[in-house]
Design a protein around this ligand. Structure first.
Ligand code: LLP
Length: 489
C-alpha cells in the first residue's frame, strides 16, 4: 500500500484533513466486516465489491447483516445492564423510519428488540414480517382514522399520541370499538439538541408533541401536556401507559438525553401525585449520533446508557417514586453504519476556483485552486441528506487501491440539479477514473428511506451480506416499476 501525502487545499473545509493513507478505512464509519482484500478491493462479509457489482449492479446499498445484529444487541445489552437495578432492563424499539423492510424486522425481533413505526405503511411491513403487535409502537403527528384502526386491529403495544386532538380521536375510535387503546403521550421537554434545525424535535416551535410549558392563556396556566394527562387518564377508551419524548437526531453528547429524562420524570411524578394515577412506562426516544466523517465521534451505547441510567436512578430516588419501565428508540445508531452505497464513476472534470476569503493555505489574489467533480450513477435520489440537511459524508475508492496523490474532490450525482451532491468535500486519489467503484459509508439510515424517483431514476436495491454470501433484501426498481403507475393517457 502506498502512502500519499499532500497539503490541505484552501478549498477544503477546516475539519477535513488530508488522509495519511487514502487507501485506509477510518473504522468508525464502516460496518465491522469491511476490509480491503489482497487485491485492494473493498470486501464486506467476505464478498468483494466487484462481485456485488457484477451480481446486482450499481448504485447499490450494501448492508452487513452481522453488523446490524451486533449494533442492535449492543443497545439492548448495554441498556439492560445499565438499567437492571432501576427498572429491570430497557425495551429497545428500533426506529423503522431509518430503514425498514421485512428482513430487518425479523433481525430486530431475533435480537430481542421491538419496532417503532410511523405510518400505516410501516405497520404493513411489520405485519408482513409477522412481528407480534404487542412489540410494535405507532408514532405520527397526524395519524389517519385508518391508521388508528389498523393499530387497534394489530393490537399494538403502544400508540404514541402527539396532540390533544389526536387523543380525542384515538379515544373515540377505541371506545366505539369497545376497546382501550394503549397510549403514551409525546411531550416536548424544551431541550434544544445540538443538531440541524430540521432534525431537532423537542423544542417548542415545531410540529411535534405536547408542550410542557404552562399555557398562560389557559385556565390555571395548565400545560398542554398536563391537559392531555388529565384527559387520557379519565377517558374510557384509553389506557395511559406513560410519557414519551424524542429530542432530535444525530446527537453525540449524552447530556441532552439525561436532561430530557430528568424533566419527564419530574413531570411524571407530579402528574401521578396530582391525578392519583400510575404511569408505568417512560420512552426517551432515539437520536444517538454516528460517524459520517472522520471528525464525528459517536459514543458507545454503553456510555450513553450509563449516563442516562445515572440520571434516572438519582431523579427517581429524589422524587421518591418507583422508576417507570424505560424504553428507547434508536434508528440511525443501529442501521446507519451497517451500510455503504456502492457507485460507479462516470464522468470527471476539474474546475479552478478562488479560495474563500481567509481560507487556510491560500496564496492570495489571482490564485485559483482545483476541485475535481466526480460524477456517480446515483445521487440525490438515493441520498437526499446532503441536500436536505447539508449533511457531510465521506467516500473511498472501493474497486482498487491507488498510490496517486490526494485530490480534493466533490462526488456528485447524475440529476439535473447543481445541488445534487453526494459528498461535498473528500480527498480521493487523483487517478480515479470512469469505471472505478466508489463506496460512501454511513448510508444505512435515512437514505434508502428517503429515496425518490427524481428524473425517473430507479431506486437502488439493498443487499444484505453475511458469511460470504449476498442476497437482495429489497430489489432495485426496474423501468417497468417506474412506468407501472403511469396510466398511459
Ligand atoms: N423516535 C422518534 C419519535 C423519532 O421521531 C425518531 C426520528 C427516532 C426515534 C429515531 O431517531 P434516530 O435514532 O434514527 O436518530 N431524516 C433525518 C432524521 C429524521 C429523524 C426523524 N425521527 C436525517 O436523515 O437525519
Amino acid at each position: 500500500m502506498t502512502v500519499s501525502s499532500s497539503t490541505a487545499s484552501p478549498l477544503a473545509p477546516d475539519w477535513l484533513q488530508v488522509p495519511a493513507d487514502l487507501n485506509a478505512l477510518h473504522q468508525p464509519m464502516w460496518a465491522g466486516s469491511v476490509v480491503r482484500n489482497g487485491a485492494g478491493a473493498l470486501t464486506v462479509g467476505g464478498v468483494d465489491v466487484h462481485a456485488l457489482k457484477e451480481q446486482f449492479g450499481t448504485p447499490l446499498f450494501v448492508m452487513d447483516e452481522a453488523d446490524f445484529r451486533s449494533r442492535a444487541r449492543a443497545f439492548k445489552d448495554s441498556f439492560d445492564a445499565a438499567f437492571a437495578d432501576i427498572c429491570g432492563g430497557v425495551d429497545v424499539y428500533y426506529a423503522g423510519k431509518s430503514f425498514l423492510c421485512t428482513a430487518v424486522v425479523k433481525w430486530v425481533e431475533e435480537e430481542g428488540l421491538r419496532l417503532d413505526t410511523a405510518s400505516g405503511g410501516e405497520l404493513a411491513v411489520a405485519a408482513r414480517a409477522g412481528i407480534p403487535g404487542e412489540r410494535v409502537a405507532l408514532h405520527g403527528n397526524n395519524k389517519s382514522d385508518a391508521e388508528i384502526h389498523r393499530a387497534l386491529d394489530m393490537k399494538l403495544g403502544r400508540i404514541v399520541v402527539d396532540s390533544l386532538d389526536e387523543l380525542v380521536r384515538v379515544g373515540a375510535i377505541a371506545q366505539a370499538r369497545g376497546e382501550q387503546a394503549k397510549v403514551m403521550l409525546r411531550l416536548t421537554p424544551g431541550v434544544h439538541a445540538h443538531t440541524h434545525e430540521f432534525i431537532a424535535t423537542a423544542h417548542e416551535d415545531q410540529k411535534f408533541g405536547l408542550s410542557m410549558a404552562a399555557d398562560t392563556t389557559a385556565e390555571a396556566g395548565v400545560s398542554a401536556a398536563e391537559e392531555a394527562v388529565a384527559a387520557a387518564s379519565a377517558h374510557p377508551g384509553i389506557e395511559l401507559l406513560g410519557l414519551h419524548c424524542h429530542i432530535g437526531s444525530q446527537i453525540f453528547e449524552p447530556d441532552g438525553f439525561a436532561l430530557a429524562a430528568e424533566k419527564l420524570l419530574r413531570f411524571l411524578a407530579a402528574m401521578q401525585g396530582k391525578y392519583s394515577i400510575t404511569m408505568p412506562e417512560l420512552d426517551l426516544g432515539g437520536g444517538y449520533g454516528i460517524a459520517y466523517t472522520p471528525v464525528d465521534t459517536p459514543r458507545p451505547a454503553a456510555e450513553i446508557a450509563t449516563a442516562m441510567a445515572a440520571v434516572v436512578r438519582s431523579t427517581c430516588a429524589e422524587l421518591g417514586i418507583d422508576a417507570p419501565r424505560i424504553s428507547i428508540e434508536p434508528g440511525r445508531a443501529i442501521v446507519g453504519s451497517t451500510t455503504f452505497t456502492l457507485y460507479e464513476v462516470g464522468t470527471l472534470k476539474t474546475v479552478r476556483v478562488d479560495a474563500p476569503s481567509g481560507a487556510r493555505g491560500d496564496a492570495g489574489n489571482n490564485v485559483t485552486y482545483p476541485r475535481r467533480y466526480v460524477s456517480v450513477d446515483g445521487g440525490m435520489s438515493d441520498n437526499a441528506r446532503p441536500v436536505l440537511y447539508d449533511a457531510d459524508y465521506s467516500a473511498v475508492l472501493a474497486s482498487r487501491t491507488s498510490g496517486a496523490a490526494p485530490q480534493l474532490s466533490r462526488v456528485v450525482g447524475k440529476h439535473c440539479e447543481s445541488g445534487d451532491i453526494v459528498v461535498r468535500d473528500v480527498y480521493l486519489p487523483g487517478d480515479v477514473a470512469a469505471g472505478d467503484l466508489l463506496a460512501v459509508p454511513g448510508t444505512g439510515a435515512y437514505c434508502w428511506a428517503l429515496s425518490s424517483n427524481y428524473n425517473y431514476l430507479a431506486r437502488p436495491g439493498v443487499v444484505a451480506v453475511r458469511d460470504g454470501s449476498a442476497r437482495l433484501i429489497v430489489r432495485g426498481e426496474t423501468e417497468e416499476d417506474l412506468l407501472n403507475r403511469d396510466m398511459g393517457a
